[in-house]
Design a protein around this ligand. Structure first.
Ligand code: AMP
Ligand code: MG
Length: 346
């Protein structure tokens, strides 16, 4: 059902909320990506949610709330840093990990003693959560391991026939998932970089650690799998300065074209001259200086390239400033960790 992103029709919201209260599944827009919602306090609804996504029960989900009062109802301890971040950045693309209250079902937290909570900045999401009158568990509305959906059409492609309703409010404004920060550690630690940059968090609460998911080792939480958001084609990420990136991009494209690979490139507008004379599929995400635009176009471009039956996608990195960190994380995970850095032999 189509809804206005700014002023959703109360009747449509009431109908969606009724489905959620009855234990059903509703996909809805947030400012990050489309979420697949279920009543976060109803174990049967949660079981259906995992089933519809094909998501393993070891991967915890985020509870979405619409009012600050819900925070202490779900989190047993709310330290001052959590209140500071919530007041400053909610509603917004920030998820807080805190000790859980007993009412939070184990399915939500994958049996962990902590719960992840967020207040999304989207009028449709907020209206839906309020109308449902319960926290809404909402992972991204895609089949597990697929690229996250930024349009209702993407949701339909992945979950059509498996869920009761999709609320279509057009493309999501941010395009990558929320930043997940763990506040139960001695230093606040970013478990997943996302739509709220690290710099903004540090300005609010001081030093913040980043869990490096690109190094081998145990995941900080179940669900932080190294391979995720994955296209079908093999993907490789190039990390290095602009001139190096462009010459290596061209060199690699040529090499694989010679071996009859069908090659796609995920690049910035500035990189186009390096490859535009080659028979490669080009997905240009916009200017390398516009990280917001790059983040917004990343998932749709990955889906688009993936639909063209390619063997190999060469993607370039966008650094670690601002949204660059989240973009790098998603690229590396989509590539299953395959990275080429400057000074490394081919
Ligand atoms: P998604 O709902 O697909 O955006 O993914 C939610 C992610 O949030 C999970 O994959 C975890 O990485 C993270 N998460 C959720 N709950 C917790 C938790 N209790 N502790 C740590 N990370 C969590
Ligand atoms: Mg997801």
């Amino acid at each position: 059902m189509t809804v206005d992103p700014q002023h959703p029709d109360p009747e449509v919201i009431a109908r969606a909320a009724g489905i959620l209260r009855a234990g059903g599944l509703v996909a809805f827009p947030t400012e990050t990506v489309y979420g697949l919602g279920a009543d976060g306090l109803n174990p049967l609804a949660l079981a259906r949610l995992f089933e519809a996504k094909g998501r393993p029960a070891t991967d915890p989900v985020i509870l979405h709330i619409a009012d600050l009062e819900a925070l202490p109802q779900l989190a047993r301890e709310v330290p001052p840093s959590a209140w500071t971040l919530a007041r400053r950045f909610w509603p917004g693309p920030l998820t807080l990990v805190l000790p859980k209250q007993a009412i939070v079902p184990d399915l939500v937290t994958a049996g962990l003693p902590t719960v992840a909570i967020r207040m999304p900045a989207h009028p449709v999401a907020l209206a839906l959560i309020r109308a449902a009158g319960t926290p809404i568990a909402a992972p991204s509305a895609n089949r597990f391991g697929h690229t996250s959906p930024t349009t209702a059409q993407h949701v339909l492609e992945d979950l059509g026939g498996r869920i009761e309703l999709i609320l279509d409010a057009g493309p999501t404004p941010i395009g990558v998932e929320s930043t997940v920060i763990d506040l139960t550690r001695p230093i606040p630690t970013i478990l997943r970089p996302g739509g709220l940059p690290r710099e903004a968090l540090e300005a609010a609460v001081g030093p913040v650690a980043v869990f490096d998911r690109s190094v081998a080792g145990p995941a900080p939480a179940p669900g932080l799998l190294p391979k995720h958001y994955a296209p079908r084609a093999e993907m490789v990420v190039l990390i290095g300065p602009g001139e190096w990136l462009r010459s290596r991009l061209r060199e690699l494209a040529l090499r694989y074209l010679q071996e009859s690979y069908r090659v796609g490139v995920l690049i910035a507008e500035e990189d186009r001259p390096a490859v535009e004379d080659l028979p490669v599929e080009i997905a240009a995400l916009g200017s390398e200086k516009d990280l917001e635009g790059i983040a917004r176009r990343l998932y749709p471009a990955m889906r688009e390239l993936d639909g063209r039956g390619l063997d190999l996608i060469l993607a370039r990195d966008f650094g670690t400033q601002g949204l660059g960190l989240a973009i790098r994380d998603r690229l590396i995970r989509a590539a299953g960790g395959r990275v080429i850095k400057e000074d490394e032999p081919l």
